[in-house]
Design a protein around this ligand. Structure first.
Ligand code: G3I
Ligand code: 9MR
Ligand code: ZN
Length: 620
């Protein structure tokens, strides 16, 4: 597979590169042995490529006119345990001149073309954020002139209440984003993805507000919205329709089982609102997560559309009231339903997150009191919790479906995920800059834990062969999303540090290390990995091509839909195709094959931290 891609890509090279290739004996075609961020690097940032199999210690950079502009020496070789690769590093951080380059290692070959430019991540941001438009459900989608064949008519128009929802008749709701490679829409995952994107807007709005996403004609109500907020609203509007009259929120809307690999408009299975099957039908995680996401939306949309913000806040507060009355209702797929479960037993983090976001939005004491009364377990170091997953014997002595993991706060090894939103709760509280009083002490603990964990993540990244923060345990289903969330954590540490005059450190070497490490996660995702693959579709010269994504397979176009991040290596293969991957080191447990959904699916919650990371790195 790799070899075929590699030859195909060489044939498609820009003319300038073909010309050098012809005249350059050491570098006939790009080699996957040189691994770097295929989009490129910011001028002032650290710039490294990882090399396997070099025969000399020299390397150089060549510009588009064929001139060698920089020469350097590769580092000593070292073994990267997670991939098994023997790696040398080519460090060209000192070269800061904007332009397009290839990196050459005599006797080994040259890299794909990459850029050094202050705008180098503009395109990546555009594609990864615009990918959400491509995931829209219930309307026509057309990616336009640049991607003219990427379109579909309105989909999933047939809606129903599943018997498990405790309601009959049919809802009149369309919208939202297809979750992933399937066409389901799941509140828990939608909320985390939406919140991550809204947080990106909250933190980096000045540089995002004017960015265009080439979305279709305006609906009257969003004429004044920045493109990013228009796209997010498409999903929020659907989420808000999953709230019942009593304030509770149903878990999901999907068919009862996954459809075949067909285009969305050809999936005629009814799109059903699915609940728990027994009273109260709605569940805690979906309801609290909606409360949190809608509370953030109330803040973000207020300057643009006060009426919409008020509606979001009203629904958030009603969801919160329901969740408080029903704090222990988990979700399991009811009989006859086999689509995504997003099941979670530990619900304290979802409640804490909703309280924190509502406090930050409203400043009502009741939310603060709930937060302060329930935050303590999240501030304890993980080792203080007696029942960690690892302490439980393997071998079927317990039921994973009912296992309640300990609450997780902020550490260097429990990044944010769809099932673990404790970090969002704590950060939201700390970001709300409590004025004075008892809450200050809590905020200080959150900030110092965040900074200490950022130090640990950055240090671990430096020691890793590919400079990625992932440990062996992190190579789970969606490991690329884990890498993205480590980067998000580094950027949150930076924000918390810079906004608090009383925080222990001022911006300096320590903060620079966090920014560099955040960039390192991006470099891993965009090609600096053992496969030399960019894990974002249609981004970079050697991007993966076969996501588990129904439209990308069913449309028979040569390339997949653009801007989608692969789930990435998974040391615990969870599908028949993935189980054909020969057992090996965790970072190598990946295949670019669409049937391998536990390794190569795409999902809205994995793209979101990548959009966040790119938003943080964009130059104003
Ligand atoms: O956290 C444990 C870890 O402690 C353990 O060592 C490891 C060993 O297997 O597993 C880890 O948990 C895994 C978890 O993902 C990590 O996030 C589970 O095994 C794994 O089964 C679980 O996978 C989830 C998958 O659905 C299957 O349920 C993914 O998180 C989740 O992103 C994915 O979501 C699907 C939706 O259901 C349907 N739509 C597509 C979407 C993406 O694939
Ligand atoms: O396509 C489905 C994907 O979105 C899910 O993440 C995955 C796990 O729930 O399931 C996929 O659907 C498969 C189903 O579970 C089993 N039969 C094959 C389906 C796809 O090829
Ligand atoms: Zn649809």
């Amino acid at each position: 597979m790799q070899r075929r891609n590699f030859l195909t890509m060489a044939a498609g090279l820009p003319l300038s590169l073909q010309a050098w290739a012809a005249g350059e004996s050491t570098a006939a075609a790009p080699t996957p042995a040189i691994r770097l961020n295929q989009t490129g690097y910011l001028p002032g940032a650290a710039k490294q490529a990882m090399i396997v199999g070099a025969k000399t210690r020299d390397f150089h950079l060549r510009n588009v006119t064929g001139q060698v502009v920089w020469r350097g020496h590769l580092s000593q070789s070292r073994q990267d345990d997670y991939s098994g690769d023997l790696l040398q590093t080519a460090d060209f951080s000192a070269w800061q001149t904007a332009g397009k380059y290839v990196l050459e290692v005599p006797g080994l070959g040259r890299s794909w073309e990459f850029a050094i430019d202050s705008r180098v991540y503009d395109r990546a941001w555009y594609l990864t954020m615009r990918a959400y438009y491509g995931q829209r459900c219930g309307c026509e989608v057309d990616l336009g002139p640049e991607f003219s064949a990427y379109r579909h008519p309105p989909c999933h128009l047939l809606t129903a209440y599943h018997p498990s929802a405790g309601r009959s008749g049919a809802p009149h709701n369309l919208g939202g984003w297809h979750d992933a490679g399937d066409y389901g829409r799941y509140i828990v995952n939608a909320a985390v993805a939406t919140a991550t994107l809204l947080w990106a807007y909250e933190l980096y709005g000045e540089r995002l507000e004017a960015r265009k996403l080439d979305l279709p004609a305006l609906a009257p109500q969003d004429a004044d919205l920045p493109d990013m907020l228009r796209e997010i609203r498409w999903n929020l509007d659907w989420m808000l329709t999953l709230q019942d009259h009593d304030g509770g929120v149903w878990h999901k809307q999907s068919s009862t089982h996954f459809c075949a690999f067909i285009m969305p408009q050809d999936d005629h299975l009814p799109s059903e609102i699915i609940g728990t099957g027994t009273p109260p039908y709605k569940n805690t995680a979906a309801t609290a997560d909606l409360a949190a996401a809608a509370a953030i939306a109330a803040r973000v949309y207020r300057p643009y559309d006060a009426a919409y913000a008020a509606q979001c806040l009203d629904q958030a507060e009603r969801a919160w009231a329901w969740a408080l009355r029903h704090p222990h209702v988990p979700f399991h797929n009811p009989p006859g339903v086999s689509t995504g479960e997003y099941g979670d037993q530990q619900l304290a983090d979802e409640l804490l997150w909703a309280a924190a976001e509502l406090w930050r939005t409203t400043r009502k004491r009741a939310y603060l009191q709930y937060f302060l009364a329930h935050v303590e377990p999240f501030l304890r170091p993980p080792s203080a919790h007696p029942r960690t997953r690892r302490s439980i014997p393997d071998g079927g002595h317990f039921d994973w479906r009912t296992f309640v993991p300990p609450p997780t706060g902020i550490s260097d090894h429990t990044p944010l995920s769809w099932g673990s939103v404790g970090p969002l709760a704590l950060w939201s509280f700390a970001l709300s800059q409590p004025a004075s009083g008892a809450e200050d002490a809590v905020a200080r603990r959150i900030i110092s834990q965040t900074m200490a964990s950022a130090d640990a993540i950055a240090a671990r990244t430096l020691k890793n062969g590919y400079r990625v923060a992932l440990r062996a345990q992190d190579y789970v289903w969606g490991s690329n999303g884990v890498a993205g969330n480590y980067a998000l954590q580094l950027l949150i540490a930076l924000r918390l540090d810079t906004m608090n005059a009383w925080a222990p450190a001022r911006r300096g070497a320590r903060q620079q290390a966090w920014i560099t490490a955040a960039g390192d996660q991006l470099h891993y995702l965009l090609g600096r990995n053992t496969f030399s693959l960019s894990w974002v579709t249609q981004l970079g010269a050697h991007a993966f091509r076969h996501p588990h994504h129904r439209p990308s397979v069913a449309d028979h176009l040569p390339l997949p839909w653009p801007g989608l991040l692969s789930g990435g290596p998974n040391a615990h293969p969870g599908d028949p195709r993935a189980r054909q991957v020969p057992p090996g080191p965790p970072a190598r447990m990946y295949v670019d094959a669409w049937p391998a959904y536990s390794m190569n699916e795409v999902a809205i919650n994995w793209n979101a931290p990548l959009v966040f990371l790119l938003s943080g790195l964009l130059q104003d």
